[in-house]
Design a protein around this ligand. Structure first.
Ligand code: FES
Ligand SMILES: [Fe+2]
Length: 342
């Protein structure tokens, strides 16, 4: 009986599939998340983590593929393997999987034995867009966020200013930090905020497809001397933010796109695409250094916030109308979406 089970692959694959089953359902499983830069997915499989799921990214003949990073045979991460002729090969016993997840070849048995039906990988939705690889763990309920059209504007330079990295913080805490303008004065004095001008005016929040938007006038970080810039914040739920900074009296514009991807509830992989259509007085190197300084100042605060997960019960924490209106709207919208941590 035991050998019969092994022969048709039932017993072993049953057990291993259970081990590969996703953790409890979560609405974030139904949204697209950026998990890697296109250039980082080569002919070598790449391991990433999304919402506590180990995921392997690899390139088949038809494009980028995302699998649960586990071989059904003996639980080996497929990311330890390699790609060959449009398939991914497991490093342990050489099982070969196609882009559809089906195992196509088991080297240790004669071909006439056939392949057990359950010898397959769990396939996630994957796509390549805007120079990023996107994964959705379950059936998507929304499209990949549409980036501002500047991403295609040849007068913008993007490569010089974009960055990516990892914070030991909740992804929504990170987005809320980025959309919170009342901290500029205190966390980034002299760079993004003017300590003699800490009062924040209320900004009107308007709905946009998939999220909301508001504008502020920023006193310090001017594109031109002696004139304030306008910043427009656009939140695309659940975890994408665009910050477009423009000169009220000139053509200079800068656009920052933030995709904050939850590796887990407490760890975030972020991708920041930053472009501008003008030459700054500072060199590219100086500008990137300034950005790193700002990001480090934020990281120290956000990684230390408790609870780690952004509270979505509006009765938690204390909110100020005006300075915290955008944060409050963000929390309310995530709660309405059904986001839950843990
Ligand atoms: S563990 Fe993958 S082929 Fe054996
Ligand atoms: Fe900040």
């Amino acid at each position: 009986m035991k050998s019969a089970n092994l022969e048709n692959g039932q017993l072993l694959t049953e057990v291993n599939h259970k081990a590969a089953t996703a953790p409890s359902d979560n609405v974030l499983h139904h949204y697209w998340h950026a998990v890697a830069r296109s250039q980082d997915v080569t002919d070598k499989p790449l391991a990433v983590k999304l919402l506590d799921h180990p995921v392997v990214l690899w390139r088949s003949d038809t494009g980028v593929v995302a699998f649960h990073d586990l071989c059904v045979h003996r639980g080996t991460p497929l990311s330890l393997g390699w790609t060959e002729n449009g398939n991914i090969v497991c490093a342990y016993h050489g099982w070969r999987y196609g882009a559809d997840g089906m195992c196509k070849h088991i080297p240790s048995i004669p071909a006439e034995r056939g392949i057990p039906a359950k010898a397959r990988a769990i396939v996630y939705h994957s796509a390549e867009k805007y120079g990023l690889i996107w994964v959705c763990l379950k059936d998507p309920v929304a499209d990949i966020p549409a980036f501002p059209q500047e991403i295609h504007d040849p007068s913008y330079r993007w490569e010089a200013y974009s960055s990516h990295g990892r914070w030991k913080a909740n992804a929504a805490r990170m987005i809320e930090n980025l959309l919170d303008f009342s901290h500029f004065t205190w966390v980034h004095p002299g760079i993004l905020g003017d300590p003699s001008n800490a009062a924040c005016e209320s900004s009107e929040i308007t709905a946009v497809p998939g999220g909301f938007q508001y504008e502020i006038e920023q006193p310090v970080n001017r594109l031109k001397a002696n004139s304030a810039s306008i910043q427009r914040f656009t939140v695309i739920l659940p975890l994408t933010l665009f910050i477009e900074r423009r000169q009220p009296d000139g053509p200079e514009k800068q656009t920052n796109i933030y995709c904050c991807t939850p590796m887990s509830d407490k760890e975030t992989r972020f991708f920041r695409l930053s472009g501008r259509n003008y030459r700054d007085a500072l060199s590219d190197e100086e500008l990137n250094k300034k950005h790193q300084t700002i990001f480090e100042q934020d990281r120290v605060i956000v990684e230390a916030q408790r609870p780690e997960e952004l509270p979505l019960d509006l009765a938690e924490e204390l909110h100020l109308r005006g300075p915290d209106t955008a944060g409050l709207e963000y929390r309310r919208a995530l709660r309405e979406l059904g986001v839950k941590w843990g």
